[in-house]
Design a protein around this ligand. Sequence first.
Ligand code: ATP
Length: 279
Amino acid sequence: MGNTQIEFRNVSFRYQEDMPWVLKDVSFTIYNNEWVAMIGHNGSGKSTIAKLMNGLLFPQEGEILVDGQPVTASTVWDIRRKVGMVFQNPDNQFVGTTVRDDVAFGMENHGMARDLMLERITESLEAVGMNGYERHEPHRLSGGQKQRVAIASVLAVSPQYIILDEATAMLDPKGRKEIMETIREVQSARDLSLITITHDLLEVTQADRVIVMNKGEIWMEGTPRELFAKKEQLIEIGLDTPFVSKLADELKDAGLPLTREPLNHQELLEELWTFHSTR
Ligand SMILES: Nc1ncnc2c1ncn2[C@@H]1O[C@H](COP(=O)(O)OP(=O)(O)OP(=O)(O)O)[C@@H](O)[C@H]1O
């Protein structure tokens, strides 16, 4: 695995000296080629973590390493080439008057050669299904298309890590599903690590690993199945559980002996089928 990872070592952060700590002694690692979902109630520190990961903020205590390199004011441009970030509202991210200019902008910042830039624009728009839109105005696109272009702009710089900070929150369920499918395809084709900050529980069930934040501290780190097995504690810290998980509980209460914690409809159906065929 080498050094290809993002590592938070005992990170504490506050926005100003006279303000309370927003993050307290946070340590975790994001490994190569994995998808980590980060959840937590509003204000638990998730967006602050995202900003620390690509040097938009710096911690007062502890250390953040990207591929072994500390994130500091002097390494920040290297770090931002490796760690791409897509925010919730794409309108705030557009800088170009056309889709092509917009995708080019990040690359220009990194001083890429023109030929390589043209190649990357085509490649990254293709990866998100937006080829043919090069001359369109970003502001006139639909919400889903805007997010695709924002993702293409990040992909064009060829990062190793992509952070999506509630990047699908403004889309309808269909738009969300499509964007996540696109991202997954790109992730496996390019060996990327994905960090998604989300309130969408369906998205959380699909991640490899989940980090749960509570009041600036890591409350839990584990697989989605481990997480949703702690339903009562989750509700105590103000988080919800997926619909399938609730339905499974109701079925158990009604006397059905479900043996494992189903994470999606398919798994619940399998459980029901096993029960049915043993009767
Ligand atoms: N620029 C800022 N200046 C001062 N305080 C801030 C700033 N940005 C965030 N905070 C505070 O830091 C804390 C953590 O905020 P953060 O945005 O990281 O949480 P979050 O978990 O991403 O929340 P949400 O789910 O609402 O996006 C909150 O108490 C917030 O009010």
